[in-house]
Design a protein around this ligand. Structure first.
Ligand SMILES: Nc1ncnc2c1ncn2[C@@H]1O[C@H](COP(=O)(O)OP(=O)(O)OP(=O)(O)O)[C@@H](O)[C@H]1O
Length: 289
C-alpha cells in the first residue's frame, strides 16, 4: 500500500495489534442510572488478522469498537493497540460505518483527499493518492461526481477508498455493508478482501495487511471474510466463544459459502450465537409483556 503517513506501533514489534483485557464500559443513562454495555471483555487481534464480531442486537458490539478507536474510554480494564494503552483517537485507525461518512457538498475526489489533507499531506500528493485509490475501487471515471449522484455500492467504494488512502494499520468496520442489496454486498465483500490482501496495491509483499475488526449481524458474511469469528453474549457483551475459520485464501464469498467446511463452521457457530439471540429476544418479549 502506498504509505505517506507514519505507521503506528501495530505493525512494529511483536505485541498483538489490539488487546482488550477485562474491559468494561458503563454509560450514564438520562435517568442517572448506569447501563453496562460491555463487561469484562478479553479479546486479542493479531497483526494482520481479520476478526469478525457477531452477537445479538444491542449487545455491545459497537461499544467495543468505540473502545478500540479511542472514542470512549473503558470504565474498567485495559485497551491496548500495538501494546500501548489507547488514549484518544489514533491517526492509523480507519473506520467504515453503515452510514456513509462523506461531505455531501464535496466531489468524490475531494472527499477521498480529505483524510490525507487532514493528516498534513500536501494537496498535489493527496490528490494523486486519492486518484490512485479511486481507480483501485473502480471509480476513476466518477471523481467529479457528488455523493448523491452515486449508487449505494459506489458510495461504499468511496468509503473504502477514503479509508485505505490513509494506509490504516487498524481497520474498524461497523456493519459497513448492511444497507446494501444482497448482490452488491457480496461484491463489496470480495472487493474488501482484495484491498485488504493488497491485490493491485503497491504494498510490499512482506508488509502485513491491516488488522481488522468487522462487526456484522450476518454470520455468513462473518465466516466468509474472517480468520476468526468472535461470538458475543447477550448484553452486556462479553466474549462467549472464539471460532477459527481455517478456510483457505484468497476467498470469493459467493463460492466459499457453498463449501461443506463452510457449512459445518456455520452450524457450529450458529449453535453458540443462536442461544444468545434467543436470550435477547426473550428479554425483549418479557419487557413488552
Ligand atoms: N452513549 C451511550 N449512552 C447510553 N447507552 C448507550 C450508549 N451507547 C450505547 N449504549 C447502550 O449500550 C448497549 C450496547 O449498544 P451497542 O450500540 O454497543 O450495541 P450493538 O451490539 O452494536 O447493537 P446493534 O447490533 O443493534 O447495532 C445498548 O443497550 C445501548 O443502548
Amino acid at each position: 500500500m502506498n504509505s505517506g503517513t507514519p505507521r503506528g506501533n501495530p505493525h512494529e514489534g511483536t505485541a498483538p495489534a489490539i488487546e482488550l483485557r477485562g474491559a468494561s464500559k458503563a454509560f450514564r443513562t438520562p435517568s442517572g442510572t448506569l447501563h453496562t454495555a460491555v463487561r469484562d471483555l478479553d479479546l486479542t487481534v493479531e497483526r494482520g488478522e481479520f476478526v469478525a464480531v457477531v452477537g445479538p442486537t444491542g449487545c455491545g458490539k459497537s461499544t467495543t469498537l468505540t473502545l478500540v478507536s479511542g472514542l470512549e474510554e473503558p470504565t474498567e480494564g485495559e485497551v491496548l493497540v500495538g501494546g500501548e494503552p489507547v488514549c484518544g483517537i489514533r491517526q492509523d485507525v480507519g473506520f467504515v460505518f453503515q452510514q456513509d461518512a462523506v461531505f455531501p457538498w464535496r466531489t468524490v475526489l475531494s472527499n477521498v483527499m480529505a483524510g490525507p489533507r487532514f493528516r498534513g499531506v500536501p494537496k498535489a500528493e493527496a490528490r494523486e493518492r486519492a486518484r490512485v485509490w479511486l481507480d483501485r475501487v473502480g471509480l476513476g471515471a466518477f471523481t467529479d461526481r457528488y455523493p448523491h449522484q452515486l449508487s449505494g455500492g459506489q458510495r461504499k467504494r468511496v468509503a473504502l477508498a477514503q479509508t485505505f488512502v490513509n494506509d490504516p494499520t487498524i481497520l474498524l468496520m461497523d456493519e459497513p455493508f448492511s444497507a446494501l442489496d444482497v448482490q452488491t454486498r457480496a461484491l463489496m465483500s470480495d472487493e474488501l478482501l482484495e484491498l485488504w490482501g493488497g491485490a493491485g496495491t503497491d504494498r510490499p509483499d512482506d508488509a502485513p495487511p491491516a488488522s481488522v475488526v468487522f462487526v456484522t449481524h450476518d454470520l455468513e458474511e462473518a465466516i466468509a471474510l474472517a480468520d476468526k469469528v468472535v461470538v458475543m453474549t447477550a448484553g452486556p457483551a462479553t466474549v462467549k466463544q472464539v471460532f477459527p475459520v481455517p478456510l483457505p485464501r484468497p476467498r470469493k464469498v459467493e463460492s466459499v459459502r457453498l463449501e461443506p467446511e463452510f457449512i459445518d463452521i456455520y452450524r457450529e457457530i450458529w449453535s453458540s450465537l443462536g442461544e444468545e439471540v434467543r436470550i435477547t429476544r426473550e428479554r425483549g418479549a418479557s419487557r413488552v409483556a
